[in-house]
Design a protein around this ligand. Structure first.
Ligand SMILES: Cc1ncc(COP(=O)(O)O)c(C=O)c1O
Ligand SMILES: [Zn+2]
Length: 386
């Protein structure tokens, strides 16, 4: 049974009825988040231990009707012990959450799977999204299963396989000159009447709930003792915010005793609005004008709708933000591949390089346990590597 109670504005805290269709707070123009009836008496026995996907945590997820849960096997990905990397950098324990094994090859399956399932419950069947690639592939897949309609807008520079992926699964794809922001603007023009449900990152509340399951899984896979540091490749920021949300929920229920975790956002130097905001102590991000080309398409986000939540998460967790160069990402892919036998996505390589830098700077200490998130499969990025 789901404990879902209502939606709440992250800025003015106003409540919104869970049975009505809402995107974001109409007054503050800020994201809404799902709230649950949580208390310390909710034991871990609510976890559906026989389910090996994200729906294992259905009690703290917003979909109430079993028949609306669309699944392609998303979630319950491995948390790998990187013993050679721990030894190489003299860090207590380094783990990798391998999200490339999700359906359609990325962690986007969690958020999109949740959003499309909840939409089914609310009676919505037409969707639109601007995407760097992976979210589009995931939307096409889940919408195909639910017999809906997907309108996907992606930058021209997106590797070809993403378009193919979407078209194979019956979605309508529009390529747009510029960044994901330009794709979003083109989409908004075509959706003036609001005939499609806009599931842009954090402009609807449920993708966050899917991404949050990474936080529940990390806790369960670590026997409810949270890591000291989590490193996350940040574009729109849903995973960073979602994992932090999961930790707060678990603390209320007493599933974890405390939260030692510092949340670290890693970006590319050619588009680093979060790093700039972090370095100047801001609570929001300025628009990053004219982002450069990057092999990590998912990190080319000039302005995230959830920018305030990203900055809040970093601040509350005593976290950090840093960037890496394109050359470093490529070197990281090869270095990590040779050591650990894993081909990382460029975003995952950004996280690995970020980890290395923070061990050198002393931010990561020898006593720390660190979780790196490899958010996607490398195989869709082969065009970028050539
Ligand atoms: C592989 C990969 N990693 C990271 C990101 C950034 O994720 P988020 O928008 O949740 O910050 C994306 C987004 O497209 C992605 O595809
Ligand atoms: Zn508000």
């Amino acid at each position: 049974m789901s404990l879902y109670s209502h939606l709440e504005c992250t800025h003015c805290n106003k409540h919104f009825d869970k049975n009505q269709i809402n995107n974001y707070c109409p007054e503050c123009l800020q994201p809404l988040v799902a709230k649950y009836l949580l208390n310390p008496n909710i034991s871990k026995s609510v976890i559906l231990t026989g389910r090996y996907d994200m729906w294992r945590y259905s009690a703290v997820l917003p979909v109430e009707n079993e028949s609306c849960k669309i699944t392609l096997g998303e979630g319950w990905t491995p948390l790998l012990d990187l013993q050679k990397t721990s030894a190489a950098f003299d860090v207590n324990r380094v783990l990798m959450k391998e999200e490339g094994l999700n359906p359609t090859g990325s962690f986007k399956a969690r958020g999109i799977g949740m959003a499309v399932s909840k939409a089914k419950e609310l009676g919505i069947r037409s969707f639109c999204i601007p995407t760097a690639g992976n979210a589009g592939s995931a939307l096409a897949a889940y919408v195909a299963v639910s017999d809906g309609e997907a309108h996907i807008y992606m930058p021209e520079a997106t590797p070809r396989v993403f378009q193919l992926d979407c078209e194979v699964m019956g979605a309508r794809v529009t390529k747009v000159k510029g960044s994901i922001r330009d794709a979003g603007l083109a989409m908004a023009k075509d959706n003036v009447d609001g005939q499609w449900w806009d599931i842009t990152t954090l402009k609807e509340p449920f993708r966050l709930e899917g991404k949050k399951t990474m936080g529940y899984e990390i806790a369960e896979q670590m026997n409810w003792k949270l890591p000291d540091v989590i490193m996350y490749p940040t574009g729109g920021g849903t995973g960073l915010i979602g994992i932090w949300k999961a930790f707060q929920e678990m603390l209320i229920m007493g599933w974890v005793e405390h939260i030692p975790t510092r949340m670290v956002a890693v970006q590319t130097k050619v588009c680093n609005p979060v790093v700039r905001a972090f370095e100047s102590g801001m609570d929001h991000c300025d628009l990053y004008e004219n982002p450069g080309e990057t092999i990590a398409n998912g990190l080319r986000v000039p302005k995230a709708f959830g920018d305030r939540l990203i900055m809040r998460t970093i601040k509350e967790s005593n976290g950090f933000a840093l960037d890496v160069t394109e050359e470093e990402m490529i070197l990281g892919i090869y270095e990590f591949g040779r050591r650990e036998g894993m081909f990382l996505s460029p975003e995952g390589a950004a996280v690995y390089i970020g980890f290395k830098k923070l061990t050198h700077s002393g931010y990561i200490k020898p006593s720390d346990t660190v979780v790196l998130i490899n958010t996607g499969s490398p195989y869709k990025y082969v065009d970028n590597m050539e």
